[in-house]
Design a protein around this ligand. Structure first.
Ligand SMILES: C[S@@+](CC[C@H](N)C(=O)[O-])C[C@H]1O[C@@H](n2cnc3c(N)ncnc32)[C@H](O)[C@@H]1O
Length: 254
């Protein structure tokens, strides 16, 4: 049998209605869906015909996880016409896309990548804090606060810096940013479960970033530092702060 194709789809930051129309159209054609730890069951309604396989890895807990996922993708693509690999946010950001593309290319399997809304963009939207600013925020970096080898030495990269995977080490991240040259009064915006109805946003200064740990504990979290973390120059609806509350980001409430 001719091998099928693997379509990588960015599901967006979680809530099912943030997937793209192109992603939804490919899901409707899928025979098998290998998905990350996505928790919105509504995504399954977009591909009720498919067999759904949870290949979610939690952090680095499963050392052999990636090799197993690669092998499973190849095996399923040899037996089905359309295999979807559904990833949180955008597949190209901190999503091990490279390894999976390499494994499939080596096996001679055709691939396509459909982009998705990355968590940084959903966080900026929920906090009503544009990541770029005219005059003051011209450069943007997207970084991980954690690597397999642990924390890394930070260098100041851009006017606005966005950190993924920082939720468990906010206080340490603040110290690293101060060592990299940011000042203690630099604005920092923290958003957890961005894009979900229960999204939380809080605003801080680097000096007190560690205070956000309790508020956002146990939730996927984005940290924005620098120009893009400052309050926009328009009256903002409730976005929290140390008085953080829910954003209510469903269409009807905005
Ligand atoms: C392995 S990375 C995957 C990023 C994903 N590919 C993307 O483009 O958003 C997982 C990290 O993304 C961030 N993240 C994912 N979903 C999020 C959400 N709904 N709200 C805030 N942060 C989120 C968190 O920092 C989490 O630790």
């Amino acid at each position: 049998m001719t091998p099928g194709r693997v379509v990588f789809i960015g599901a967006g930051p979680g809530a099912a209605d943030l997937i793209t129309m192109r992603g939804a159209a490919w899901l409707a054609r899928a025979e098998v869906v290998l998905h990350d730890a996505l928790t919105d069951p509504a995504l399954r309604d977009l591909a009720p015909q498919a067999r759904w396989i949870d290949v979610g890895k939690r952090g680095y807990a499963h050392a052999t996880g990636q090799a197993k996922i690669d092998a499973l993708l190849i095996d399923e693509a040899r037996r089905h016409a359309v295999v979807v690999r559904l990833k949180g946010g955008d597949p190209s950001l901190f999503g091990r896309l490279e390894e999976e593309l390499q494994a499939l290319a080596a096996a001679g399997i055709e691939c396509e990548v459909i982009p998705g809304i990355t968590a940084a963009l959903a966080a900026a939207a929920d906090a009503r804090r544009p990541l770029t600013r005219r005059g003051s925020g011209r450069t943007l970096s997207l970084a991980t606060a954690m690597t397999r080898a642990g924390p890394h030495e930070l260098q100041r990269q851009a006017d606005t810096e966005v950190f993924y995977m920082a939720g468990l080490r906010l206080a340490a991240l603040a110290q690293e940013l101060l060592r990299a040259g940011w000042t203690a009064d630099t604005p920092a915006s923290v958003v957890s479960r961005a894009g979900w109805p229960d999204s939380l946003a809080s605003e801080h200064r680097l000096a007190d970033l560690g205070d956000a740990a309790t508020l956002h504990a146990g939730r996927p979290t984005i940290v924005v530092v620098g120009a893009g973390a400052a309050a926009a120059a328009v009256p903002a609806p409730q976005t929290g702060g140390l008085d953080a509350g829910q954003n209510g980001n469903a269409p009807s409430s905005t």
